[in-house]
Write a new protein. Sequence first.
Length: 586
Amino acid sequence: MSLAARAVENRTVTYFGAFLIFAAGIAAFFSLGQLEDPDFTVKTAVIVTQYPGASPTEVEQEVTDRVELKVQEMRQLDYIESFSRAGMSIVFVNIKPSISSTEIPQVWDELRRKIRDLEAQLPPGVQRPIVRDDFGDVFGHVLAVVGDGFSYADMERYAKDLKRELGLVEGVARVDLWGAQKRVVYIDAAQAQLTELGISASTIEATLRQQNFVVDAGHVDVQSQRLRIEPTGAFGSADDIAELPIRGTAADDLQALAGITGAARSSELVLVRDIATVQSGYFTPPSTLMRFNGEPAIAIAISNVPGTNVVEMGRAVDRRLSELVAELPVGIEIQRVHWQSSVVDEAVKGFLISFAEALLIVLVVLTLGMGWRLSMIIGVALTATILGTFVIMAILGIDLQRMSLGALIIALGMMVDNAIVVAEGFVVRLEKGMDRVAAAVEAASQPSLPLLGATVVAVMAFYPIAASDENAGEYCASLFSVVGISLLVSWLVSVTLTPLQCIDLLPSPKNADPNAAPQESKFNRAFRGLLRTAIRARVITVLSMAALLVASVIGFGQVKQLFFPDSSMPKFMINYWAPEGTRIAQ
């Protein structure tokens, strides 16, 4: 017994299943994660090594070359890019596209082990190499903290408070600050005065390094209690550093030559404030600077948990942010730089509008050509297909994002084909006088395998995209998956639900004659006439088709090849490379 016959025989079960699909599809739509772009793995890591004071040539020969040779031992390596600058080595490690995303964490662990083994071979003065592989974190929500009349330290303090609170919002995975300036204390001293006192810069540095240590000073037992001893004297401000006493080496040398030893030596010390100017400030030159509308700012970047509904997360952040802004002082403003939830919300609404327009067009065209009853059958089949696709997407963990929504829009025009074939076949068989049930079963069963084959062929046309080893393959994998799911669901609906709808909704012809030819519309008669003319002039028809084929091949070569269209968002980014050594303030 065919699938269509089983569906017709168990009519109640089939309709109940369709009802469940509608209900589950609506629930699945609201439960699906909503993202701007699909999750994909960035198979690139960067190794940054600081070598203060070294020239670009020294960095290249003593650091970059050694790092590259060590990385080349990895079998997963695709290629390496490196940049050697004064005092800095930057090596980009690109892994083979064939390495799956599940293997990437293990690859980065192996890379770190090799770099740790290399550290002992680097020359003195080279700082520990830093391996960064977290390029996959997408900060879709970016805020700018701007403070009119406030210092960077004040803005950073409020930004950290916001970071702590926003990190607790459901769906938020990570909150980072960008553009905050590093606070430092500058000690400016005249070299001549230091030389006269026998104090060097290294002496001051060594004395400072011995301060602010957290040490275990022991404890004191007092009756039944044990009290911890906590030494004081830690630096709390620049003034504390100014009061630090320093002993000059010249005084020690002179007293040693005079034979003064031990307690007899002079205990006179020099305070830092007596030989230098101590003031707090920011590290110069800064490594990052941010401006928002020309004003200094600090960015708060927010990333989402994979698979979460970005729209709901954005609304939750909005609500919490409105509460926090009310507590900020006058002058501290929070501005939006990019808000991904709004972009995703517009994309989802755009899909719903496209779906409604496509459904309306299908219904209007079918109503004009085949009647409103047939158009309603096709409309129900299209809706059931979309909702059934949502159910399977929820089961497989496929989110609503740029690729999956695009796949649904691409497949909209193909989803109705199967149902149209079955419904039209039912009408033709009724006009020949067949029984309604037999006509429905035969209209769905007879072309079911050819329809399935055509559906599979249409699905496999998208397979090369998902099969690609490049990053685009992982990025576009959901395009193939969703097209395949939707078209296969449309086939299943056409051979189960559509025959039942035909039985219940389409009327029987008034004068059905098994020997009579099916009644034709004006369009069908015109098409039949055109087809007869093309067959009679078969040579001209074949030559015309061949000419069109050649013209299409030539014309395809003139089509602009672009994997993704330009972004429609009113934002753009400029990468500006100034000559080496240009100050960041410039």
